[in-house]
Write a protein that binds this ligand. Structure first.
Ligand code: ATP
Ligand code: MG
Length: 593
């Protein structure tokens, strides 16, 4: 009856209408439950097909497997939202697994931080927190099983020879002279590797697959290496550590993971993933599916580079609001829901691409527009004296907290004879279409009166304007009888003697240049690309007195200036705000064009 060609189309039409209605009725966070099931990416299609075919007993079980060697970033958020999101959509489960099989850079602090961040993003692993290092005894037993089957051997070629024997993309590899060691010898050597009899690199346990395989990953890949390194959980109990290619499929299988979602660079490892599970004869053969990792323009996402930025003090720490770490984004003022929306919008694909930061900014603007209280803050103050306003008089003017959400109510803003406005909002010699304050001109002060500039004072030595003298029109009060008298500009302001001092931190992209891709990230000298204006501190700002009691982490819209988040560096004497994002929506513009 709607003239639509399919059920799907009519469903979408209804969903759109319902959403619009809900928005108009004020249900801002309404989500159509079937929106989720409507997602039609290749991963969900594959899972649906598996379920229909009766694989995995009809159950979906995913995992998010970070290595505790750094803090999580927005790229991890994509993986978290995907893994936990899919589990939710298919009424399944998602585990949090610390993939801690590589002892060199792992740390308990990261384990704590990762849990905190996943929870902050809004996901729950219930009682399913696992550590791959807890599987070491089982993994070792699987390796022994492979040796006994003749599917693994101890190789004693040095690292250099092993590399030379591996061959290239165009040449097959050569078999190691140790490849045909007797099973008993392999078992003996592997046990002694484990017992710490040998130095690092003396021997390696390798899978016995095919040195002529066209896929280099199948040319007898390493399964275990000797590493006499302290493990952050297990101390010195182990001298041999499994490789990712061995530990990961088996950890998945031990946890009963149905779909093991990983990034594209593991696509060529999938035959090995399957080989390990097949040869180890496991009960659960998990399905690896690869998707493109998230790259964001003008920032850094590799853990190594993030660590370098922190250690060399190019940024203040892991939670520096310039970083795309979840801790940085949170301190910057990002909400979990904006990050989840962003991850949902970028979707999953099989091809690598670079996402503009503007898309993330678009998501946080949408969210904060609905939720953030409006206030007035003057970043670079200029004094205004209202000559015809009685000295000592203070009016408490009423201001709406959020025009998008009447339930946020109203507040009082003090108005007096001496005010502060933005330096940028006054020009002694205004260019054309400058609808702010200039000599002889009128503007409205937000929530207050219309004022006219009648004079100014200057610093005699610098010639800078220090005071703007105005008169106000008492009949023009907002909400009053003459409130509708039109003037072109409306300015934000604060009352000089009531305002709170504040420091404001303004941010620009961490790296210079727009299309910073993963390839540019690979450049050695990414430090040369650091944007010297990535942080601009404005120290002598003034904000409305109502902010005196705000809690760290609270988010506000400073009218005409953007969205700001109160930083934990704030003290009783001075508030500190991070600008989350300006009001200008460059994404909306991009979308339009
Ligand atoms: P490392 O180089 O230390 O392995 P990593 O970025 O792979 O770094 P992990 O801790 O191993 O970090 O990642 C945990 C999970 O998050 C993995 O499944 C990984 O595929 C996923 N992930 C990491 N970075 C991104 C990204 N940029 N986009 C999407 N997923 C990512
Ligand atoms: Mg990894």
């Amino acid at each position: 009856m709607l003239g639509l060609s399919s059920d799907r189309q009519s469903f979408q039409f209804l969903a759109t209408v319902t959403k619009r209605l809900c928005r108009e009725l004020g249900f801002t966070s309404f989500v159509m439950s079937s929106d989720l099931h409507n997602q039609q990416d290749f991963i969900r299609s594959k899972i649906r097909a598996d379920l229909e075919a009766g694989r995995f007993g009809g159950q979906v079980h995913t995992r998010f497997p970070p290595e505790p060697n750094g803090h999580l970033h927005i790229g991890h958020a994509k993986s978290i939202c995907l893994n936990f999101g899919i589990a939710q959509e298919f009424s399944g489960k998602c585990n949090l697994r610390l993939d801690d099989t590589n002892p060199a850079k792992e740390h308990m602090d990261y384990v704590q931080s990762i849990q905190e961040d996943v929870r902050w993003l809004g996901f729950d692993w219930e009682d399913r927190l696992f550590f791959a290092s807890d599987y070491f005894p089982q993994l070792y037993a699987f390796a022994v099983g492979l040796i006994k089957k003749g599917r693994a051997y101890v190789d004693s070629l040095g690292a250099e020879d092993m590399r030379a024997f591996r061959g290239t993309l165009t040449e097959p590899g050569r078999e190691s002279p140790y490849r045909n060691r007797a099973v008993a010898d392999n078992l003996d050597l592997f046990a002694r590797m484990k017992d710490g009899e040998f130095a690092d690199g003396a021997h390696v346990l390798r899978a016995k697959i095919d040195m002529a395989a066209s896929n280099i990953n199948m040319r007898d890949p390493a399964l275990y290496r000797i590493r006499r390194v302290l493990h952050y959980r297990l101390g010195t109990s182990w001298c041999v550590y499994p490789t990712y290619d061995f530990a990961h499929p088996l950890s998945d299988s031990l946890e009963g993971i149905s779909h093991s979602l990983c990034t594209l660079e593991f696509e060529d490892h999938r035959p090995l993933y399957d080989w390990v599970l097949r040869e180890c004869e496991v009960a659960c053969h998990s399905q690896q599916i690869e998707f493109a990792r998230l790259n964001v323009a003008s920032t850094v996402m590799s853990k190594r580079k993030l660590l370098q930025l922190v250690e060399e003090r190019h940024v203040a720490g892991w939670d520096d609001p310039r970083l795309p770490t979840l801790k940085g984004l949170r301190r910057r003022g990002y909400t979990p829901s904006a990050i989840r929306t962003f991850c949902e919008r970028i979707g999953v694909a099989k091809r690598d691409s670079v996402i503009e930061m503007a898309l993330l900014e678009h998501a946080i603007r949408e969210d904060l527009n609905q939720t953030a209280q409006r206030v007035m803050g003057v970043l670079r103050p200029l004094r205004v004296i209202i000559e015809n306003y009685p000295e000592g008089q203070v009016e408490e003017l009423e201001a709406v907290n959020n025009p998008e959400d009447p339930s946020q109510g109203k507040r009082k803003v003090p108005f007096s004879r001496e005010l502060l406005i933005e330096q940028d909002d006054f020009r002694e010699e205004p260019p054309k279409k400058f609808f702010r304050l200039s000599p002889g001109q009128e503007v409205r002060l937000r929530y207050a009166y219309i004022v006219r500039c009648v004079g100014l004072e200057k610093d005699p030595s610098t010639g800078q304007v220090t005071v703007v003298r105005c008169t106000y029109d008492p009949d023009s009060k907002s909400g009053g009888s003459q409130a509708n008298r039109k003037v072109k500009g409306t300015l934000h302001w604060v009352s000089q003697h009531h305002a709170m001092p504040a420091e404001v931190r303004l941010y620009e992209p961490l790296l210079l240049g727009q299309a910073v891709s993963s390839s540019l990230e690979e450049e050695k000298d990414f430090l040369d690309l650091l944007n010297p204006r990535s942080l601009v501190t404005v120290s002598d700002c003034r904000v409305e007195p109502c902010l005196a009691h705000a809690l760290a982490g609270s988010r506000f819209q400073f009218e005409r200036q953007g969205y700001f988040c109160l930083d934990p560096d704030s003290t009783q004497q001075q508030l500190v705000f991070n600008r989350t994002v300006s009001l200008r929506d460059s994404w909306a513009k991009i979308e339009k064009s």
